[in-house]
Design a protein around this ligand. Structure first.
Ligand SMILES: Nc1ncnc2c1ncn2[C@@H]1O[C@H](COP(=O)(O)OP(=O)(O)OP(=O)(O)O)[C@@H](O)[C@H]1O
Ligand SMILES: O=P(O)(O)OC[C@@]1(O)O[C@H](CO)[C@@H](O)[C@@H]1O
Length: 315
């Protein structure tokens, strides 16, 4: 069982435009799609598509919160949310032929210290029957920047594996509790180390710095170039074949979902990397967020290249 945690859940609205977006004009949307969003809910859909049991946890509130639960019912995903006073946010992804995807992310409502404390108190029960827990995305306003650090400590005290996918201070503090895996992208590495990444060597160097802090699996997603994995067995790159991308929103979440399944099934690191790259690339072929066609994943996986870049013990 994989529990996915989303503190800053959202009603994700995907707008498909048939014409290029022109600022300062009226734009009519050709098609809309609403989904239960916030990174962890995309992870939950991907885990389910991979054939593993999943439960979504986190915070929801207001009419949007109720709507989000009904969307999860329609997706057949079970959930146990802490209900809060504030209204669950919306995030908009505009897909147009010129620019591809442009996202507008609301910050999320205000959470009170009492609501945060109630969630943390309930958290050990929420994860009791899980093998792997994923913690994804931003946190809504009012929550302490050490919230993920505290949650990771709880998951580890329960003897479970935990993947953290977040950015900024939440990532910096979360790393201090040494999650099983982190999955920053290049931008998140730059934010974490206050540097500008100039080459693939830089990415490897900073990934190793995170690994050396005691994180067993450090995955850096590289968009169309796939992902790097630093672990005890070495440093690997997983490279997808060239594909006709439709929508890359949720690719990182798809990668997290697939790695959670890999950890649950005790896959070897190279096998998990190959699987995760294929799932994430299949998500890029779908106009929807956090979903993919399993037949396309099975086609892509045949052409995912796994390259061993080095063996950390020898460096
Ligand atoms: N253009 C692409 N072609 C093929 N695969 C892609 C492409 N973009 C993303 N992917 C797949 O998705 C994975 C994650 O992508 P990316 O690095 O964009 O994640 P991210 O930045 O964390 O995403 P998110 O926008 O969800 O935060 C890649 O490792 C790759 O497998
Ligand atoms: O504000 P966060 O939590 O960092 O990101 C939210 C979000 O952009 O992430 C997902 C794509 O990864 C979308 O479902 C959602 O709208």
């Amino acid at each position: 069982m994989i529990t996915t945690v989303t503190l800053n859940a959202s009603i994700d609205k995907a707008y498909r435009m048939t014409q290029k977006v022109e600022y300062g004009t009226v734009m009519r949307v050709a098609e809309t799609h609403n989904s239960a969003g916030g990174k962890g809910l995309n992870v939950a859909r991907v885990v389910k598509l991979c054939g593993s049991d999943t439960k979504a946890a986190g915070l929801v509130g207001g009419y949007n919160g109720q709507y989000l639960e009904s969307l999860l019912d329609a997706d057949g995903i079970s959930y146990e949310f802490e209900h809060i006073e504030g209204e669950t946010r919306s995030c908009i992804n505009i897909l147009d032929p010129e620019y591809g995807s442009t996202e507008y992310l609301e910050p999320g409502c205000q959470v009170t210290p009492e609501e945060e404390a109630a969630f943390l108190e309930r958290f050990p029960d929420l994860i009791r029957d899980s093998d792997v827990v994923t913690i994804s995305g931003s946190a809504p306003r009012g929550m302490g920047s050490d919230i993920y650090k505290k949650m990771i400590r709880i998951v580890k005290d329960e003897g479970k594996k935990v993947i953290l996918d977040t950015s900024g201070e939440y990532l910096e503090k979360g790393i201090e509790s040494m999650p099983t895996m982190v999955k920053p992208n290049q931008d998140e590495i730059e934010l974490l180390f206050h540097i500008k990444v100039r080459s693939r060597e830089d990415v490897i160097e900073y990934a190793k710095k995170i690994y050396e802090k005691g994180i067993p699996y450090v995955v850096i997603s590289l968009g169309g170039d796939g992902a790097l994995l630093v672990c005890e067995k070495g440093i690997y790159q997983g490279r997808p074949p060239k594909i006709e991308v439709v929508n890359t929103v949720g690719c990182g979440d798809s990668m997290v979902g697939a790695f959670a399944v890999g950890l649950e099934r005790h896959m070897e690191p190279e096998e998990a990397l190959k699987f995760a790259v294929a799932v994430a690339s299949a998500n890029a072929l779908s106009p929807l967020t956090g979903t993919f066609d399993t037949a396309k994943r099975d086609e892509i996986i045949k052409n995912v290249e796994i390259i061993k870049l080095s063996d950390p013990e020898r460096e």
